[in-house]
Every structure is written in structure tokens, then in C-alpha cells.
Design a protein around this ligand. Structure first.
Ligand code: CA
Ligand code: CA
Ligand code: CA
Ligand code: CA
Length: 456
């Protein structure tokens, strides 16, 4: 029986406690407003909560005096502006017709709505629309997103913002086979029921063998404090995103299924194999069948040696059920061929790159690597991967965030990416693997023989 370890570099870990901000839930009430708009000339459905407006596009009816007379238009603008105590200025005429009109103050949704409705009272106006700010790509508003270089930096990052414009992972479940999960406000909403496959009560630290509660009880041992490794990996896959708090996740509308296989001292081949089977919808004796099979399994764990038949059979079963198995390559700066389960067949084996786009100093390498993804290097703390964590040194404490490094951190970037792919259009695991390879670009840094992932 082999003992697997988390693929986390325990050196130079610096925990950072985040300032938390409560998410604000904003209701849309646009239909009410639309009803008050005369002739619906005011296209108020385009207004968004939280947005600010300083310009509008006003189109007068063809043939109306205002269409050809700036003075006539100014008269209409001034009437409406006076009613709201602002001033309006015509900036220019658009190629497609209509004028761009600026307002003397920035307006929130409610004020913009009033102005548009006021203007729409003039029957010579065909329509009014807000001149909205368009962005090239979706940038989440999570307060620590700017520290997540691994998502957006051109050199070492994954180019996520462009992908998020297209897809965010809805309808996909990613099973995180790891140390379990902890209570975290930046995770909870995206976590679905999982399972605890640790057979050894001593390893599990929860007083019993397998059970339906995958909470991470702490993997402290041998003088090391608990890693909360599963919580970190889960946050990279699908932290609650765009909630004005904490961090973002790669596939933030996907669900995380926590499956506990690693405890104090690691985990066993037998438990991990059963967990792979169960997570993908296969039958495991003594455990109620998973009614919500995962499309993707992330295994940020491993040990040395060749791929055993038990693990390979479990992987083959999962792949046969359509589940993509993503595995961290290992942190031994060695050929991945000597590290399992990353060296098994039918898996996506993931190496790690640093912030500069080099192969991370610790990352395994070799022909069995399928793709590389950001795993960071915490020699400089901020060059690690920032995700959700827990502050407890042994048993769970309060929620936190921290920078970690490792192929453990790289793999969930790819698991999340696979979730995005499967959300858009379901492909077989073999097709997913070949798509990942064919869309990856060469590492910009050293060790260019290893590709890294890029969104499609
Ligand atoms: Ca247990
Ligand atoms: Ca348990
Ligand atoms: Ca967040
Ligand atoms: Ca492979």
C-alpha cells in the first residue's frame, strides 16, 4: 500500500488573512421602470445595477426639426436637464445616427433612469440609450483578484478574463480528491455534497472510518501544521467569484465536490481508487452511489513509483464514464515518469510554471506532461497562487487566504479550465486532453519543451 502526499511545497508558506466584505445582492427591477417609460423610447433595460453613466445616446426622429438643428436639440436637452438639476451637452453625431450627450455629473442607475424617461417625454426623440462602458474581458470584482496574477498576467498567467466572457462553468461538477473542505464564505455557495473515503480513523482524525462528511479535520503531523490543501485547491477551481470579496476561481459557476482522501500522513491507493470510482458515478461497496457524478476529477497528490493496476483501473473506469482526470505532476524536479498517479494512462498530467513563465523550479517534467499551468513560486510570497485557506494550525480555525506553490496549485487551474470546456460543449476525456494540448502555447520562459495551457 502506497502512501500519497499532497503536492504542496511546505516551504516558505505565508498565510495572509484577508479583509472580508459581505457580498451585496442586488435585485433587478428593470421591468417596473420600463413600464413608466413613454413609448419605450427610453431603453432603460440597458441600465445595470452598480454601473455609473456619464453619457447617453439620443436619436431624434428622422424628419423632426431636431434631427437637423443643434439649437433645437439643445432646447430639448435643456428642458429635461432642468427638470433634474443637471446640464446636458451634445458631444457629437454618430455614424449610425443619433447624438452623444454628456451629463454634468456621473449618474447611478436610478438617476440615469429618471433622465432617460424625462427625455423620452419629448415625442421627437426616437430613442435614448446609455452610452455604456464596454470591457474587453470580464474582470471579477473580488477584492484580492488583482493579486491573482496566475489568472490574468500575460507572461505566466492563464488568460482567464477572455475565457470568462465566453463561459464560466455552469452545470459542471469538479471533484476535488484531497484533504477535504473547510467552511469558507468564498467557497460554501459553490460546494456540493461529497464524501470522506479515508478508511483509517487515525489518518482521518474524525473518530471513524469512511463517512459522508468530507470536512477537513486537519492533516497536521510530524511537526507540520495543517495544510488545508483541499480548501486551497477548491478555491482555485471555483471560489465564489464576482462577490466583491476574496478571490476568484477558474470555473466559478461550476460546483466543487469535496472528496476526502488525504489526512494525517497522506492517503492510500485503495481509498483514492474508490474515491475516483465514486466521484465519477461508479459503484463502491458500502457507499451510496453518487447521484451527481463529476465531469472532472482533480488529484493534486502523488507519490513515487510506477502507476499501479488498481489506480489505473479506477482511472479507466472514470474515463469510461466520461470523467476527465487531472493530476498534478509532482514537485521533485524530476521526470514525471517516476511519479504516480501522474504517470498513469488516460490522465491529464499537469506541470507548474512560475510567474515569469518558466518551468517552476520544483516542477516535474518530461514526455508524460500534457500541459503546464501556473503553480507559482513563493520564494517571493506574492508569486505563489492565491486561494482560499483556513487559519487553524491543527484543527480548523477561521477562514483565510494564502499564497501556496506547487503542481498541486497548477492542476486545479487545468481542472477548472476543463470544467469551462465541458460547460461549453461536452467532449470525451481523450478529446479534452488533445484540445488542451493543441491550444496550449509554448512556455515563454525556460524549459520550452513543456507547454502550458491557454484558453481556446
Ligand atoms: Ca471519517
Ligand atoms: Ca469525515
Ligand atoms: Ca470571491
Ligand atoms: Ca496524458
Amino acid at each position: 500500500m502506497k502512501s500519497y502526499k499532497v503536492l504542496l511545497r511546505r516551504t516558505a508558506l505565508a498565510a495572509a488573512t484577508a479583509a472580508l466584505f459581505s457580498a451585496s445582492v442586488q435585485a433587478q427591477s428593470i421591468s417596473d421602470s420600463a413600464r413608466t417609460s413613454p413609448r419605450n423610447a427610453a431603453h432603460v433595460h440597458l441600465l445595470q445595477d452598480g454601473a455609473n453613466y456619464t453619457q447617453f445616446i439620443v436619436k431624434f426622429r428622422d424628419g423632426a426639426r431636431q434631427a437637423s438643428s443643434a439649437a433645437s436639440r439643445a432646447s430639448v436637452f435643456n428642458t429635461a436637464a432642468a427638470a433634474l438639476g443637471v446640464s446636458l451637452r451634445e458631444e457629437r453625431t454618430l455614424s449610425v445616427g443619433g447624438q452623444v450627450v454628456s451629463v454634468s455629473k456621473s449618474m447611478g442607475k436610478a438617476e440615469a433612469l429618471k433622465l432617460m424617461n424625462e427625455l423620452a417625454k419629448d415625442s421627437t426623440i426616437e430613442f435614448i440609450e446609455p452610452d455604456r462602458i464596454m470591457q474587453a474581458a470580464m474582470t471579477p470584482n473580488d477584492t484580492r483578484y488583482n493579486e491573482q496574477w496566475h489568472y490574468f498576467e500575460a507572461t505566466g498567467g492563464m488568460g482567464m478574463p477572455a475565457a470568462w466572457d465566453l463561459v464560466t462553468g455552469s452545470g459542471v461538477v469538479v471533484a476535488v480528491l484531497d484533504t477535504g473542505i473547510t467552511n469558507h464564505s468564498d467557497l460554501n455557495a459553490n460546494v456540493v455534497a461529497g464524501y470522506d473515503f479515508i478508511s483509517s480513523s487515525t489518518t482521518a482524525g474524525d473518530g471513524n472510518g469512511r463517512d459522508s462528511n468530507p470536512n477537513d479535520e486537519g492533516d497536521y503531523s510530524g511537526g507540520y501544521s495543517s495544510s488545508w490543501h483541499g480548501t486551497h485547491v477548491a478555491g482555485t477551481v471555483a471560489a465564489v467569484t464576482n462577490n466583491s470579496a476574496g478571490v476568484a476561481g477558474v470555473a466559478f459557476n461550476a460546483k466543487i465536490m469535496p472528496v476526502r482522501v488525504l489526512g494525517r500522513g497522506g492517503g492510500t491507493t485503495s481509498d483514492i481508487a474508490d474515491a475516483i470510482t465514486w466521484a465519477s458515478g461508479g459503484a463502491v461497496s458500502g457507499v451510496t452511489t453518487n447521484s451527481n457524478p463529476a465531469e472532472v476529477i482533480n488529484l493534486s497528490l502523488g507519490g513515487s513509483g510506477s502507476c499501479d493496476t488498481t489506480t489505473q483501473n479506477a482511472i479507466n473506469g472514470a474515463v469510461g464514464r466520461g470523467t476527465v482526470v487531472v493530476i498534478a505532476a509532482g514537485n521533485s524536479n524530476s521526470n514525471v515518469s517516476g511519479f504516480t498517479p501522474a504517470n498513469c494512462n488516460n490522465v491529464v498530467s499537469v506541470a507548474s510554471n512560475d510567474r515569469e513563465g518558466n518551468r517552476a523550479s520544483y516542477s516535474n517534467y518530461g514526455a508524460l506532461i500534457d500541459v503546464t499551468a501556473p503553480g507559482g513560486e513563493t520564494a517571493t510570497t506574492a508569486n505563489g497562487v492565491l486561494s482560499t485557506l483556513n487559519s487553524g494550525s491543527t484543527t480548523p480555525g477561521t477562514e483565510s487566504y494564502a499564497f501556496y506553490q506547487g503542481t498541486s496549485m497548477a492542476a486545479p487551474h487545468v481542472a477548472g479550465l476543463v470544467a469551462l470546456m465541458q460547460s461549453k460543449a461536452v467532449s470525451t476525456p481523450a478529446t479534452v486532453e488533445s484540445l488542451l494540448k493543441s491550444t496550449a502555447r509554448a512556455l515563454p520562459g525556460t524549459c520550452s519543451g513543456i507547454p502550458r495551457v491557454a484558453p481556446w
